[in-house]
Design a protein around this ligand. Sequence first.
Ligand SMILES: NC(=O)c1ccc[n+]([C@@H]2O[C@H](COP(=O)([O-])OP(=O)(O)OC[C@H]3O[C@@H](n4cnc5c(N)ncnc54)[C@H](OP(=O)(O)O)[C@@H]3O)[C@@H](O)[C@H]2O)c1
Length: 241
Amino acid sequence: MITGGTNGMGFATAQQFIKEGGCVIITGRSTETVNKAVGQLGSNAFGIVSNAGDIEDLLTLQEKARRYTDNIDVLFANAGYGKFSPIENVDEAHFDELFNVLVKGTFFTVQQILPLMNENSSIVLNTSVVTAMGTSNFSIYSAAKSAVQSFIKTFAAECTSKGIRVNGVSPGYIKTNGFNNTGLSPEQIERTIQNIIPTIPFKRFGEPLEIANAVLFLASEEASYIHGTELTVDAGISIIA
Ligand SMILES: NC(=O)c1ccc[n+]([C@@H]2O[C@H](COP(=O)([O-])OP(=O)(O)OC[C@H]3O[C@@H](n4cnc5c(N)ncnc54)[C@H](OP(=O)(O)O)[C@@H]3O)[C@@H](O)[C@H]2O)c1
C-alpha cells in the first residue's frame, strides 16, 4: 500500500513494485486522480480515495483496504506536501494543515494498516532532508517531517516483536508535482528551482524513480537487517557543505 500514490515518488514506487510482480493499493485525495493513476498502473493496481489530512478518512482506511486484501506486505506512508512561510506569516491554518497531513496522517495510516501486516512485512515512512537542515521558511514543514522521523524509531520499537521492519526514506530535492502544492506561481516555481540547482552536489533534481528504488530496497529481503533507520537519497546535499 502506498499513500499518495497518484503522482510523484508514490506513483513511481507503485510502478516499480508492479514491475517486480507486486499488487499495489494507492491512495489519493480525489476519485479523478486515483482512477487516472490506477488506469495508468494497470490491472495490478487498486485505488482508495482517502485524504491523509482528514481523520474520518484515516479511521476508515483499514476497512477500505480490506475490500482488496487482508494482507499487506509493504506500507509506504508517503502522502503529503510542503508549504513554506516565514515565521511571521505562519497562521494556525498553515500549522494545522501540515501537521494534519504529515503527522496525524502518517500516524493513523500506520495505526490502521498495521493489523493487516504480518511477520516479515515492512513499513517505510517518507521524511525529508529538511529534518537535517535549518532552512528559512520551512519551520512548520520541517517540524512536521521531524515528527515523522521520530515515528521511525518509536514504530520500530513497537513493531520489532511483530517481525515488521520500520524504516524511512529521506528525499532531497526530487522532480515531482510537489511544488504545485506550495501556492507559488509557475514563474516563482521555476525561479526557485533554478536557484536550488546550483546548491545540489549533483547539480540536478532527483528523479522519483531514484526514491522508488530506495523504497524497494528497504522493503526487500536485501534490507533484512535494516530497522529503525533512514536512508537519505539527496545527492549528498544534507552533508556536503
Ligand atoms: N519533491 C521533493 O523534493 C520532496 C522532498 C522530500 C520529501 N518529499 C515528500 O515526498 C512525499 C511525496 O511528495 P511528491 O514530491 O512525490 O509530490 P507529488 O508529486 O505532489 O505527489 C504527492 C502525492 O501525495 C498525494 N497527497 C497529497 N496530499 C494528500 C492527502 N492529504 N491525502 C492523500 N494523498 C495526498 C497526492 O495525491 P492527490 O493529489 O491525488 O491527492 C500525490 O499522489 C511528500 O510526503 C513530500 O513531503 C518531497
